[in-house]
Design a binder for this molecule. Structure first.
Ligand SMILES: [Zn+2]
Ligand SMILES: [Zn+2]
Length: 341
């Protein structure tokens, strides 16, 4: 089959590799669509420590079952047969470490993920554990279904933040994740959500998705909410943006770090303010008990996917697509390794 292969950081090619075969508890998926995200840039550049090389990347995907492992029917009955349409949770938790034992698999000491540490879906076919596959209804396209993984990250974020009904909210960063968090926040009971970004096209999309106020600077945002917001989410991972976003948290409010900053980055915070204003700071990392919810939100139309899905490229144009993501063009760029399925 054809696949994107990153031989070493910075060396990316589209080449031929043997077709995957399913292990006893696995499925082989013919990939319908696979999204590119910031993690793929880090993997391409050698900045994602868990990744071994060579690797086939791609962790946001959906497709059609074309082979079923020998033990899958006895494990799961008729759930998966040839032709079943599925989206796949890429998380591979060990199940036996201290974190897995308390239900925090996303913090697993032996964390792995399809497309991050084992071969993924920027390929015509990919083998996955059957337990990670979720059937999707006919009405959901593969392009929409490939958005379920980022939605599940945003669902976990909202679970971590636990906003109260009626809260005011500010989201800093109107990329794919910021706009998904915006939709979930409005769905989850925020009375109003403001969005801050430097990109005016993205702010227009935020408006279209229901943001009551958008701006490219904090002063304009705070003009309408002088005492700040009940909940502030950073979806940029950019240290200066994080420092200024903290100023927008209301007394007694919450601040969530959702964007991925470089591991060596540091920000200056006022401990006095966190103490005196009783500010809660939370982090949110990837997917935990949130994939089925994301399947339901996308397949029931609770997420506007049309705004999020911008360009799609064939496998052979992977490098071109990756450069587009690197330049911040479009929103969710996807690869269709088998054309339009
Ligand atoms: Zn991703
Ligand atoms: Zn574990």
């Amino acid at each position: 089959m054809r696949a994107v292969i990153i031989d070493t950081p910075g060396t990316i090619r589209v080449g031929s590799v043997p077709d995957p075969t399913p292990g006893p508890e696995e499925l082989v998926i013919k990939v319908g669509a696979c999204g590119i995200c910031g993690t793929d840039l880090h993997i391409a550049d050698g900045e994602f420590p868990p990744t071994p090389y060579p690797i086939i990347p791609g962790h946001e995907f959906a497709g059609e079952v074309v082979a079923v492992g020998t033990r899958v029917p006895e494990m799961m009955g008729e759930t998966f047969t040839i032709g079943t349409r599925v989206a796949v949770d890429p998380s591979l938790f060990c199940g036996h470490c201290a974190f897995c034992h308390v239900g925090k698999g996303n913090l697993c000491e032996n964390w792995n993920a399809i497309g991050d540490t084992v071969n993924g879906a920027f390929a015509e076919y990919v083998a996955v554990p059957a337990a990670n596959a979720y059937p999707i209804p006919e009405r959901v396209s593969y392009r929409e279904a490939a958005l379920i993984e980022p939605v599940s990250c945003a669902v976990h974020g909202i679970h971590r933040l636990q906003p109260s009904l009626g809260d005011s909210m500010l989201i800093v960063g109107a990329g794919t994740m910021g706009l998904l968090l915006l939709q979930l926040a409005l769905r989850g009971g925020a009375s109003r959500v403001a969005v801050l970004d430097l990109n005016t096209e993205r702010l227009a999309l935020a408006k279209r998705l229901g943001a009551y106020q958008t701006a490219n600077n904090l002063i304009d945002i705070l003009a309408l909410e002088p005492s700040g917001f009940d909940c502030v989410i950073d979806a940029t991972g950019v240290p200066p943006a994080i420092e200024s976003a903290l100023q927008a948290v209301k007394r007694g409010g919450k601040f969530m770090i959702f964007g991925v900053a470089p591991s060596e980055a540091r920000v200056a915070l006022s401990p006095f303010r966190i103490y005196n204003d009783e500010i809660t700071i939370v982090g949110s990392m990837a997917v935990l008990h949130s994939y089925q919810q994301a399947v339901d939100l996308v397949s029931r139309g609770a997420i506007d996917t049309s705004v999020m899905l911008t360009e799609a490229f064939p496998l052979e144009d992977f490098s071109k697509a990756l450069d587009r993501v690197r330049r911040g063009e479009g929103l969710k760029t996807q690869i269709l390794p088998n054309g339009e399925l």
